[in-house]
Write a protein that binds this ligand. Structure first.
Ligand SMILES: NC(=O)c1ccc[n+]([C@@H]2O[C@H](COP(=O)([O-])OP(=O)(O)OC[C@H]3O[C@@H](n4cnc5c(N)ncnc54)[C@H](O)[C@@H]3O)[C@@H](O)[C@H]2O)c1
Length: 258
């Protein structure tokens, strides 16, 4: 069974920056055809251009995961460009720009926006790729959760709750999709630990003690970076993970020890 992703068609949502960009670049470097589904037109186009400049294959599709019509177009554009959809990495989330706050200070509109992107966005993307994956008889859905859901991270209740929903949806979809499609569709999640993307660096500005405490909790005593996560995604896209479904892969230097 091969770990190669050569010629696999993979949609990565939220791949304009941060960890999503790292997934897209890693997969393209191994020969995958990557669809960058991103709400920021500048960032999405830049990720696709950078991949092509290195000799990889990528297209940018302007996508808002909160809108089903937009995710439907994302799937249609992927099939129009590359003929199939082997995998989708549901990575887009409202994370960058959030601030640590008590539940008493959380804004209701922000709560709804977090749920719309992080939870409903995955439902939309799954519904959008399902017809093509069903036709193929095979597909791989990879949902990006977070160790915040395993550890009960406080002061981001909406975000922590949304990632708990991603873990639960992953299991329910793993059971339901093969029943309704009769296809070999696997659904797994990845739980990154605190990863030093631009978004996390801004969120944790001035919180050196919290950063140190997080590293102390890890078995491996260094900051996690986006590149630490690409191996798990690569494996889940590849045929090597064909019999794995309903699982959560924790990549956090051993902090959650789930
Ligand atoms: N960085 C961390 O410490 C960490 C830890 C655990 C889990 N995660 C998860 O990993 C993923 C990536 O994290 P990151 O640090 O790169 O975050 P980020 O905020 O930098 O990236 C999120 C990306 O999603 C895009 N996006 C937002 N709303 C969208 C929408 N409606 N439609 C399409 N795209 C949209 C953003 O434009 C951005 O490019 C997220 O799911 C995040 O929750 C991150």
């Amino acid at each position: 069974m091969s770990l190669s992703v050569k010629d696999k068609v993979v949609i990565v949502t939220g791949a304009g920056r941060g960890i999503g960009q790292a997934y897209a670049e890693d997969l393209a470097a191994d020969g995958a055809k990557v669809v960058i589904a991103e709400i920021s037109a500048d960032d999405g186009a830049a990720t696709a251009a950078a991949i092509k400049q290195k000799g990889g294959e990528a297209i940018f599709v302007h996508t808002d995961v909160t809108k089903f019509e937009s995710t439907k177009k994302m799937a249609e554009d992927a099939v129009a460009a590359y003929g199939r959809i082997d995998a989708i990495i549901n990575n887009a989330a409202l994370y960058g720009g959030l601030k640590s706050k008590s539940l008493l200070q959380l804004d209701e509109a922000e709560w709804d926006r977090v749920m719309a992107i992080n939870v409903k966005g995955i439902w939309n993307c799954v519904r959008a790729v399902l017809p093509q994956m069903t036709k193929q008889g095979k597909g791989k859905i990879i949902n990006i959760a977070s160790t915040v859901a395993l550890r009960g991270t406080p002061f981001m209740l909406h975000y922590t709750a949304s990632k708990g929903a991603v873990l639960a949806m992953t299991k329910a979809l793993a059971v339901e999709l093969p029943v309704i499609t009769r296809a070999n569709i696997t659904v797994n999640s990845i739980c990154p630990g605190l990863t030093f993307t631009e978004a996390s660096i801004k969120l944790l500005e001035g919180q050196d003690k919290a950063i140190e405490a997080n590293i102390r909790d890890q078995c491996l005593k260094r900051k996690e970076v986006a590149e630490d996560l690409v191996g798990a995604a690569h494996y889940l896209v590849s045929d090597a993970s064909d019999f794995m479904t309903g699982a959560a892969m924790v990549v956090d230097g051993g902090a959650a020890r789930h």
